[in-house]
Design a protein around this ligand. Structure first.
Ligand code: FE2
Length: 354
């Protein structure tokens, strides 16, 4: 059925008034498909706007903005400031420097402390075996000094000292522990020798392990939520898997005795894992593989850690944590970069074989 001009005009008015297809069909005595075709034919601009995505915008209602409203915890929304409301804390971690051993890596250790200083680190925690100790049948042929005095003095003379950086160290049951006789505490003695040599940057924390309390900046850490970092030099041999010893240690802690962070020296291998709410940092050392290590098939990794974390003053718990491992290759890799070698040795010496 053809549309008269007056019908077309009336139809356009009906479309402008946003009448439905059904209403237009009853007004103009046509089927709804015919009305849809008429829309295409007489009012294509309305058809386009009708099928396009709604462009209508309304002013945002603060109540609709989920993030701006502090919903109650039982609603399932955790305010971000509970998780991320405090500043980062950064500390340095080292272990197993074994000074006086011929396999010590003073080159890497000094580079590590250069990095600490550059990065503004003020406190470095040492997880044990700062010196190699002395037992003739184990390391008798591989130490520069055999006496307690000699190793303490060597350590004070050689251990990195940097502006504003304090090293807090524990002692292990092995190595410096070999000097730990009844009535004599090697760690305390080492700090004493350091002090008498004008070094007050070497602070003894304890034998085998020490707990460092973590206190939120505003001092409002909720009661009953004591958080601490345990620095430890456990005994025993290495495990096949690098994370195994740390996990077994955390499993053995009683519920209330768990640290927030566990730093383990002794194994000379790097690792990070998280178990029973404990961040476990496995520490590499600063000693190349020794003959003893080779006979036991032990890997010796070289490196230190910058540990960054946030302690929430709302909950008193660790909310964010990043261990940054700064790893070194073996001594030979750095030979071309040593200042002395760079100056003295020009070019590479080769033998072309026949
Ligand atoms: Fe060690």
């Amino acid at each position: 059925m053809n549309w008269t001009q007056s019908e077309v005009d009336a139809f356009k008015q009906g479309v402008a008034k946003k009448l439905t297809d059904a209403t237009l069909a009853s007004i103009f005595h046509r089927s709804e498909p015919a009305i849809r075709r008429a829309r295409q034919r007489f009012t294509p601009e309305h058809v386009a706007s009708r099928t396009a995505a709604p462009t209508e915008t309304k002013a945002p209602d603060p109540k609709d903005d989920f993030k701006t409203e502090k919903a109650p915890l039982d609603f399932g929304y955790i305010p971000l400031d509970v998780l991320d409301g405090d500043e980062w804390t950064r500390i340095g971690l080292v272990a197993d420097t074994h000074l006086c051993c011929k396999e010590e890596r003073l080159d890497a250790l000094h580079a590590q402390y250069d990095l600490f200083e550059n990065e503004g680190i003020k406190d470095v925690f040492h997880a044990g075996n700062i010196v190699d100790g002395y037992i003739p049948k184990i390391n008798g042929g591989s130490v520069y000094e055999t006496s307690i005095d000699g190793q303490a003095q060597y350590c004070v003379d050689q251990y990195p000292r940097r502006n504003g950086v304090t090293t807090h160290f524990i002692t292990g049951n092995d190595h410096e522990g070999w000097f730990q006789k009844e009535g004599f505490n090697f760690g305390a003695y080492l700090e004493f020798v350091a002090n008498t040599n004008g070094r007050n940057d070497l602070k003894y924390l304890g034998h085998v392990e020490a707990d460092i309390e973590l206190v939120a900046k505003n001092g409002k850490t909720p009661a009953g939520r004591r958080q601490f970092m345990k620095i430890q030099h456990p005994g025993g041999g290495s495990a096949y898997a690098r994370s195994y010893k740390g996990q077994k240690m955390v499993e053995s802690f009683q519920g209330g005795e768990k640290p927030a962070i566990l730093v383990q020296g002794h194994y000379h291998v790097s690792g990070y894992s998280y178990d029973r709410n404990v961040h476990i940092i496995g520490m590499p050392g600063f000693q190349d593989q020794t003959i003893f290590g080779r006979t036991k098939h032990l890997r010796y990794e070289i490196g230190g850690v910058i540990l960054s974390f946030k302690l929430s003053s709302e909950t008193g718990t660790i909310t964010r944590l990043q261990p940054e491992f700064f790893m070194f290759y073996d001594r030979g890799f750095y030979k071309p970069f040593l200042k002395s070698d760079k100056t003295l040795i020009k070019g590479r010496t080769t033998i072309v074989t026949g």
